[in-house]
Design a protein around this ligand. Structure first.
Ligand code: HEC
Length: 181
């Protein structure tokens, strides 16, 4: 009798797990179709994102394209704005392992984050430019009487990694009228 009840319990649990899995899959498929109805656009956005940083995108793709296409992750914005997006997506139900989140942050910093080097605070500078605190402080002190105007200007600061600056060059901002959106 005991094993019969346990057996039935197991079957019931297994059935529930299956139903739940099917439901998650249907909901995800439905959500993606609802948010991005054009399959060609979905594929194109995916390819563009993969080209930007293939290593990190491998980890990012399963997490960040579960509900919508990669098109949404291609629009550059400030690091502060990305932090808000991550919190927002967690609220929407995005889940990833620590490893996945690490790669997501790397992808975003490297490929789709803007930074104004004449305006960003030390935390933002170290996060986005990948420099230590001392170098971030040097940048802040230097721009008081020497505003940065080019990527080369930034690269000339000791402690700055040229390779990082070259990678994010198109998203380095120097203008005075800067609003962190
Ligand atoms: C569980 C579903 C889900 C997952 C997973 C998800 N998103 Fe979203 N995302 C949404 C929905 C729904 C919207 C539109 C409504 C909104 O803005 O919250 C959206 C909108 C966005 C936007 C535009 C609005 C904004 O806040 O900037 C961006 C950018 C974005 N997602 C990025 C991401 C990234 C990056 C990931 C991976 C870390 C991700 N999403 C994972 C559901 C999801």
């Amino acid at each position: 009798m005991g094993w019969l009840r346990r057996g039935r319990g197991l079957v019931l649990t297994a059935a529930m797990v299956l139903v739940a899995a099917a439901l998650v899959q249907t909901t995800t498929a439905w959500a993606q179709t609802a948010l991005d109805p054009d399959p060609e656009d979905v594929a194109a956005a995916n390819e563009r994102a993969a080209r930007l940083d293939p290593e990190d995108y491998k980890f990012m793709q399963p997490v960040c394209t579960a509900c919508h296409s990669a098109r949404r992750i291609l629009a550059p914005k400030s690091w502060a704005r990305w932090q808000r997006t991550f919190a927002n997506m967690k609220g929407n139900g995005a889940v990833g392992t620590d490893e996945q989140w690490e790669h997501i942050q790397k992808f975003v910093k490297r490929a789709v984050t803007t930074i104004n080097v004449n305006h960003a605070d030390e935390d933002e500078l170290s996060a986005v430019l990948g420099v230590d605190e001392k170098t971030a402080i040097t940048i802040v002190q230097r721009r008081v009487d020497h505003r940065f105007n080019t990527a080369e200007d930034v690269e000339s600061v000791p402690g700055v990694d040229k390779a990082v600056i070259e990678a994010i060059k198109p998203r380095l901002l120097f203008d005075q009228l800067y609003q962190d959106r």
